[in-house]
Design a binder for this molecule. Structure first.
Ligand code: ADP
Ligand code: X2W
Length: 299
């Protein structure tokens, strides 16, 4: 049997969460759930459970998810060549078809996991309710196919869902003016949505501890980066692959008024709860240039 001390410790944890629950109660938060942190089924269940808890304590969470690894698994299986330019998938017509099918499948899977927990979720893509309207995106002036740059977010459907107690689960497919499907980097989609809904927090769940100053040196993990430092890091050449659009989006989100942006290790069970309900710094926080460095100030 558990000792009284253990029970009291549990009560202490709940009480510690109180100021954080008050801070975010009724606030919209966006969780970007990356495909790299989706590979393990149990972990996926634990992420969805954490978001369900955030919802049940009164936050208004939105999940924007990726599925890049799953898309690549399927394009390879179908013998379609896979290429990335600056972290963005080169998306020809065939790849677009596969991406749309795979992302929608991932989408429905996540939404039904949430439903199974008794929390209503609606799995949609950015074409529904014209949530994500795009222009064709070029990368360094290069045509990379059906890749979309978000030009407009229509929050109508999102607010309807949130106001009616649903957790919107969104996959990063949008439409252009001709209603053709476009593949959007999920970090871009999350940033655009967080900005449009005026999110109090945007958290990116990925498959790495956080941002490294030097990716080859695990001791170079950065706990806080100002916008200026993030821009310097991007220019340093020490950031590659999918981390490029992620950091750029963190910078854009802060500049557009999102208060807190975090890159978290989605491989750690309950990293979202640790981030929301404790003052323990997990991962990398991107902060405004004027903001006080929280972790340093509290060391
Ligand atoms: N400086 C860096 N710090 C951390 N990760 C980096 C860095 N440069 C490149 N990366 C890579 O970026 C990856 C995260 O991006 P990505 O795989 O696209 O994740 P997600 O699917 O979550 O969007 C990491 O796994 C890592 O290999
Ligand atoms: C244009 C572009 O690159 N789109 C991404 C969309 C999925 C995604 O971003 O998934 P992750 O978050 O798991 O990386 C792709 O096709 O991989």
């Amino acid at each position: 049997m558990e000792s009284m001390e253990n029970w009291l410790q549990k009560a202490g944890v709940l009480i510690e969460a109180l100021p954080y629950i008050q801070r975010f109660h009724g606030k919209t938060i966006v969780v970007k759930y990356g495909g790299s942190a989706m590979v393990d089924h149990d972990l996926k269940k634990s992420v969805i459970r954490d978001v369900a808890l955030l919802k049940l304590v009164g936050f208004r969470p939105i999940i924007v998810h990726g599925g890049g690894k799953e898309i690549t698994k399927w394009t390879k299986r179908l013998g379609i060549e896979t290429n990335f330019v600056n972290g963005l998938r080169v998306t020809d017509k065939q790849t677009m078809e596969v991406a749309e099918m795979v992302l929608n499948k991932v989408n429905k899977g996540l939404a039904s996991m949430m439903e199974k927990l008794g929390v209503h979720a609606a799995g949609i893509c950015g074409k529904d309710g014209s949530v994500l309207r795009v222009d064709k995106k070029l990368s360094g002036g290069k045509d990379i196919g059906y890749v979309g740059e978000v030009k407009e977010v229509n929050v109508g459907l999102l607010n309807t869902l949130l106001d009616n107690d649903f957790v919107p689960v969104i996959c990063p497919i949008g439409s252009d003016d001709n209603y053709h499907s476009f593949n959007i980097n999920a970090d871009d989609a999350a940033c655009a949505i967080a900005t449009a809904v005026g999110a109090a927090k945007l958290a990116f769940l990925t498959d790495i501890e956080g941002v490294y100053r030097d990716p080859l040196d695990k001791s170079s993990l950065i706990s806080e980066l100002t916008v200026k430092e993030a821009e310097e890091l991007l220019a340093s050449g020490n950031v590659g692959g999918g981390m490029l659009p992620k950091i750029q989006n963190c910078v854009d989100a802060i500049k557009a008024g999102v208060s807190r942006v975090h890159i978290l290790d989605g491989r750690i069970a309950h990293c979202l709860l640790l981030e929301f309900f404790t003052n323990r710094g997990v991962g990398t926080a991107i902060i405004g240039d004027e903001e006080e460095r929280y972790y340093e100030a509290n060391e």
